[in-house]
Ligand binder design. Structure first.
Ligand code: GLN
Length: 335
């Protein structure tokens, strides 16, 4: 992906606040229009049912920390959350255990290898390192409170629903399709167990993980979920506290290093925001204190990140001045 040239859009910096609602709305619509014709990438088909999606779907949503809402295109089209669930389950796990314990068991670094890599575990003596790829996410899900895997799944569903501000439900067809074909994740579960990184039954841990990935969301939901992490843990739409402000900070730090798989460094370099993607084509990017932007478009780059979502979120990051690393000199006495 090439950096977008934005000669026609004023560039802002991360400090300060979003412009008024009307200007943000214009820019969200503009970002959607700009990439409506983009055809790059291919739809994921390793989970059979995912290949059936309409590849032309394209939604964009931005939720401000003050509750302002912006939807464009297919922002209300449902799809399974997939890997994006990892970010929110991680937040729930560190809320429960504290980040030190989870860091010891799972880690906070990028593996630099594909999301379903078995090699990454083998190379690191069974330490998953990265909670945002499958091995680390399965180990994180296994840390969810709950006496049984059924209770753990309920807590995951309730927790992600609190982030979204509405009751999320399982897409049963996606769950069934993945559960019938996820030998690789089950192998990862067994490997984790053999290295002493899973206290629970590996089949059950992978089953809860597969269910969490099959939760049905929209780009609008993802933006609300991200905006909760941008708002110190309070859902800006419902006003309910979901996690602590420390949990938000720690989750976003991990996601900045790992959220777009082995392309995380390039993403941070170009866009400057913590973001998490999933194979159904969702990406949610979080701008602390300001809000969150979510894209949905099923065609993916080779690492498994939605091409159009990356372009549209990148455009908004520039036009709204969201890049966390951008600054402008303050007025100095000598000026
Ligand atoms: N459920 C998917 C898997 O485990 C999630 C992968 C993803 O979104 N990258 O393969």
């Amino acid at each position: 992906m090439e950096p977008t040239e934005l000669a026609d859009v004023e560039q802002n910096v991360s400090t300060g606040s979003l412009p008024g609602w009307g200007r943000v709305d214009e820019l969200v619509r503009d970002a959607h229009r700009r990439y409506a014709g983009e055809q790059g990438g291919v739809v994921a088909d390793y989970i059979p049912i995912l290949a059936e999606v309409d590849p032309d779907l394209f939604g964009l949503a931005l939720i401000e920390s003050n509750g302002g809402l912006h939807d464009a295109g297919d922002a209300l089209h449902p799809f399974s959350i997939q890997s994006i669930s990892k970010m929110f389950v991680y937040a729930l796990a560190i809320q429960h255990h504290g980040h030190r314990r989870v860091r010891e068991i799972v880690g906070v670094n990028n593996t630099g290898l594909p999301f379903n890599s078995v090699m990454a575990l083998e190379l690191n003596g069974g330490h998953p390192m990265n909670p945002m790829v499958n091995a680390g996410a399965i180990a994180t899900t296994a840390l969810m409170p709950g006496a049984t895997s059924v209770e753990q799944w309920e807590l995951v569903r309730e927790g992600l629903s609190a982030f979204a501000g509405r009751a999320l439900s399982l897409d049963g067809a996606v769950y069934a399709s993945e559960a019938q074909t996820n030998e690789r994740n089950r192998a990862i579960g067994r490997l984790l167990r053999s290295y002493g990184r899973l206290q629970s039954d590996p089949e059950e841990a992978v089953d809860v993980y597969t269910r969490q990935c099959a939760l049905s969301v929209t780009a609008h939901d993802l933006a609300v979920m991200g905006a909760t992490l941008a708002d110190g843990g309070v859902n800006p739409v419902t006003g309910d506290r979901v996690v602590s402000a420390d949990v938000c900070r720690d989750t976003l730090a991990v996601v900045a290093a790992t959220g777009l798989y082995e392309r995380s460094g390039e993403w941070l370099f170009e866009i400057g925001l913590p973001a998490k993607s999933g194979v159904t084509g969702g990406i949610v990017a979080v701008s602390p204190g300001k809000g969150a932007v979510a894209g949905f478009s099923p065609r993916l780059d080779p690492a498994g990140n939605s091409v159009r979502s990356q372009l549209a979120i990148g455009h908004l990051s520039r036009s709204l001045g969201l890049n966390l690393f951008a600054s402008a000199p303050a007025a100095h006495a000598s000026d």
